[in-house]
Design a protein around this ligand. Structure first.
Ligand code: NDP
Ligand code: MG
Ligand code: MG
Length: 340
């Protein structure tokens, strides 16, 4: 089993004298930078001159420089710009990475697929909170932690892991627990999960269910409720208490029907296709496709995004979500509407 580290395994002295350059001030960047600063670590945020994030970082009381200037003075460079722009940002800062420095990531894509090849003498590590940045920040401010992953790709100093653990502590992750993994395992499981199960799998399952009902003559509203809206209720139960809590909470009829019919839909063919998707992640085929897609200006991405937005279920859902009050989200929406 993978090792898990907590606060007791981390030592502040392994980071307290160091300057951290946080490149990017988006979801992860703002959370890491503010948590590090609150942990009394010297932080400089690296943003391009024309960056729309500059004002936010400065208003939050942080020092801001260009990525190159920030990397020059830093001991640890935390690469928190979008994955697709990291190779370009890396090319600009590479001359300023000295032996003994650390290049740190929150996702392994570029290192694992050879898009970034850090210079010799530099440690390469990963601290990846398993949560969006705003929660990393909110949990930290509430005195709580956010679970995370730790991986060491290269340890030239012999101190990479101690330093990474101290970083994880400074952003609050060791309060909750940090699981040790590798760049390969983190990257491949992350891509597979979002493609086959979370983002890709769930949306296709929802659309296929919706279309099956509508094509059979049922109303789009009923199809939306059954196939999309109720998804959240089921996922909340799974998140809280696993498969068992979900099965215990639904009716016996739903349990029997689900246990016998689920595997009819997600059958051997679907499982074989999952293996194909995993192979394309493992052999780099997906990575090459996505890198080429970006270099070509994202034609397929734009086309598919447009088609998704044009799906009937989006119009039906928007109308229904406007008609019903569903807890917090609905409350926020009506406030926004009042303001607008
Ligand atoms: P964001 O998309 O939120 O990053 C946006 C920031 O990057 C902005 O400050 C933006 O500033 C800056 N930026 C964009 N392009 C450039 C550029 N060319 N040069 C310099 N700065 C640029 O990124 P995320 O926080 O989502 O992701 C960062 C890393 O964290 C990724 O590796 C991601 O995989 C990983 N991660 C993300 C998670 C998440 O929940 N979002 C969870 C765990 C890991 P500007 O105004 O200049 O565009
Ligand atoms: Mg991902
Ligand atoms: Mg039902």
């Amino acid at each position: 089993d993978n090792q898990i580290y907590y606060d007791d395994d981390a030592a502040y002295e392994n980071i307290e004298e160091k300057t951290v350059a946080v490149l990017g001030y988006g979801s992860q960047g703002h959370a890491h930078a503010l948590n590090l600063a609150d942990s009394a670590i010297d932080v400089v945020v690296g943003l391009r001159e024309e960056s729309s994030s500059r004002d936010a970082a400065q208003e939050d009381g942080l020092r801001v420089a260009t990525p190159t200037e920030a990397a020059k003075e830093a001991d640890i460079v935390s690469m928190l710009v979008p994955d697709t722009v990291q190779p370009d940002v890396f090319a600009a800062i590479e001359p300023h990475l000295e032996a003994g420095n650390t290049l740190q990531f929150a996702h392994g894509f570029n290192v694992h697929y050879g898009q970034i090849e850090p210079p010799e003498g530099v440690d390469v590590t990963m601290i990846a909170p398993k949560s969006p940045g705003h929660l990393v920040r909110r949990n930290f401010e509430a005195g709580e932690g956010t679970p995370g992953l730790l991986a060491i790709y290269r340890d030239e100093s012999g101190e990479a892991k101690d330093e990474a653990l101290a970083y994880a502590q400074a952003i609050g992750c060791t309060r909750a627990g940090v699981v040790e993994t590798t760049f390969r395992e983190e990257t491949e499981t992350d891509l597979f999960g979002e493609q086959a199960v979370l983002c890709g799998g769930v949306t296709e399952l929802i659309k296929a269910g919706y279309e099956t009902l509508v094509d059979a003559g049922y109303s789009p509203e009923m199809a939306y409720f059954e196939c999309m809206n109720e998804m959240k209720l089921i996922v909340d139960l799974l998140y809280e208490g696993g498969l068992g809590e979900m099965w215990d909470s639904v009716s016996d009829t739903a349990e029997y029907g689900g246990l016998t019919r689920g595997e009819v839909v997600v059958d051997d063919h679907a499982r074989e296709q999952m293996e194909t998707v995993l192979e394309q992640v493992q052999n780099g085929e997906f990575a090459r496709e996505w890198i080429n897609e970006n270099q070509a200006g994202r034609p397929a991405y734009k086309q598919r995004r447009g088609a998704e937005q044009a799906h009937d279920i989006e119009a039906v859902g928007e109308e229904l979500r406007g008609l019903f009050a569903w807890g917090e989200a609905a409350g926020e929406e009506s406030e926004d509407e009042a303001a607008a």
